[in-house]
Design a protein around this ligand. Structure first.
Ligand code: PLP
Length: 410
């Protein structure tokens, strides 16, 4: 006889990024000179964490009702439009011409991904994810009794389409459904960005599977940090409209990253399909799910996003603040990559964003050595370690690659 349900039993939050961050914080409190590159939170070069000025200004100007009262469960029409404006920008009209799209606000991008899994996958089914992938995908799936299957993300320096296809076939055959989570652009943990050709090939493959319902959960948490530029990143999203009616496109948006407002917990799931009825059914079901799990999303953030959408000037100023972060990440990655090259340290292909990843076969030992001997804190990923350059000011980043190399034998 157990009080805990079978569903909840055995689940423990261990090995999570936040627990590694706690270790780094404890070492800092104990007086060590710590390099904490654990979390995907941006710190400026003076070591400070700051919200964007425009976001703070809008927050301060909001009437109490737009800040403290309940938000509509599904966010409301102006919010849905604000999300589509922000995520698709100049490509919005082209995308909406081809696809029906509905939006529901969620607690962060995490809530959007979790909702997409809940909406589309039954207990016992699988979701396909890369071998190098954001850790919580596994737990999100486990929460709904869904398994994760993995494909090799890289073949050399490019997306491993062969393994994606091979594993996709196995899942589709076994489950009669194929759901995939891809994080792009600026993939966490490597910083890889799919080329338009690679994204097209993924969609073309799902299109081929005419008798199998398919879902692409497209996690765009780092959309605004892409080195290809904000407009090019949006143009690439037009490729999603090539998905045929048996393919649902579930775009998971994170306001945490785009607005540097991680603690405010807002995201949105954009459900897109050629068939309006499919999208309407999912929308109704997600509104029901939202009401009976977290209920309403963060009202102040919803008001902030609608204010940005209504004012071109505010949006431009926000873009400028994001550009400062993108520029800073570009400089930091250039330092790390140049030093890694001189030190002979291998790094997975990086195109932009918050993280770089270093292959390390015995990553537990490497991470332990780096922690104990250097007070460097990174996150473990499959046979690799992730360096969150978003959290390391340039003056602290110098020499890091060479030090990592000391503990990363070939
Ligand atoms: N997806 C990826 C790949 C992430 O790295 C994160 C955050 O770290 C998220 C989604 C969702 O973040 P949040 O729930 O804070 O919006």
């Amino acid at each position: 006889m157990k009080i805990i349900s079978k569903r909840a039993a055995g689940k423990t939050l261990s090995g999570d990024s936040f627990s590694f961050a706690q270790q780094a914080k404890a070492a800092k409190r104990a007086g060590f000179d710590v390099l904490d590159a654990t979390l995907g939170t941006f710190y400026y070069d003076d070591g400070s964490f700051r919200g964007f000025e425009v976001v703070k200004e809008i927050f301060r100007s909001l009437p109490d009702e737009d800040y403290f009262s309940y938000a509509p469960i599904a966010g409301g029409i102006p919010f849905a439009s604000a999300v589509l404006d922000w995520v698709f920008r100049a490509s919005r009209a082209a995308i909406e011409k081809e696809m029906a799209a509905r939006v529901v606000p969620t607690p962060g991008g995490t809530g959007a991904i979790s909702s997409a899994v809940f909406l589309t996958l039954d207990h016992g089914k699988s979701v396909l994810i890369p071998d190098l992938a954001w850790g919580p995908y596994d737990g999100i799936a486990a929460n709904f009794g869904v398994r994760t299957e993995r494909f090799k993300f890289f073949a050399g320096n490019v997306f491993n389409f062969e393994d994606f296809r091979l594993k996709g076939e196995a899942v589709a055959q076994r489950d009669g459904k194929l759901a995939v989570i891809i994080n792009d652009p600026c993939h966490n943990p490597t910083g890889y960005t799919l080329s338009p050709g690679e994204l097209s090939r993924i969609i073309a493959y799902l299109n081929e599977k005419k008798d199998t319902p398919c879902v692409l959960i497209y996690d765009i948490a780092y959309l605004d940090y892409s080195n290809e530029g904000r407009e090019a990143a949006r143009r690439k999203l037009e490729i999603l409209t090539k998905a045929e009616p048996h393919v649902l496109i579930a775009v998971a948006f994170s306001a945490s990253k785009s607005f540097c407002a991680y603690g405010q917990r807002l995201g949105a799931l954009i459900m897109m399909n050629k068939n309006e009825d499919v999208v309407e059914e999912l929308f109704r079901s997600l509104a029901f799910h939202a009401r009976h799990s977290w209920s309403n999303a963060n009202r102040a953030m919803i008001s902030m996003m609608t204010a940005i959408a209504a004012d071109e000037g505010l949006r431009r100023r926000l873009d400028d603040e994001i550009d400062i972060v993108v520029g800073e990440l570009r400089e930091r990655s250039a330092i790390f990559l140049a030093e890694a090259k001189s030190a002979g340290l291998a790094v997975y292909p990086y195109h932009g964003g918050f993280f770089l990843t270093v292959p390390a076969r015995d990553n537990e030992k490497t991470l332990r050595d780096l922690r104990e001997k250097e007070h460097f804190y990174f996150l473990p990923f499959r046979e690799s370690l992730r360096v969150a350059i978003c959290a390391i000011p340039k003056n602290k980043l110098k020499g890091v690659a060479a030090t990592v190399k000391k503990y990363c034998p070939d």
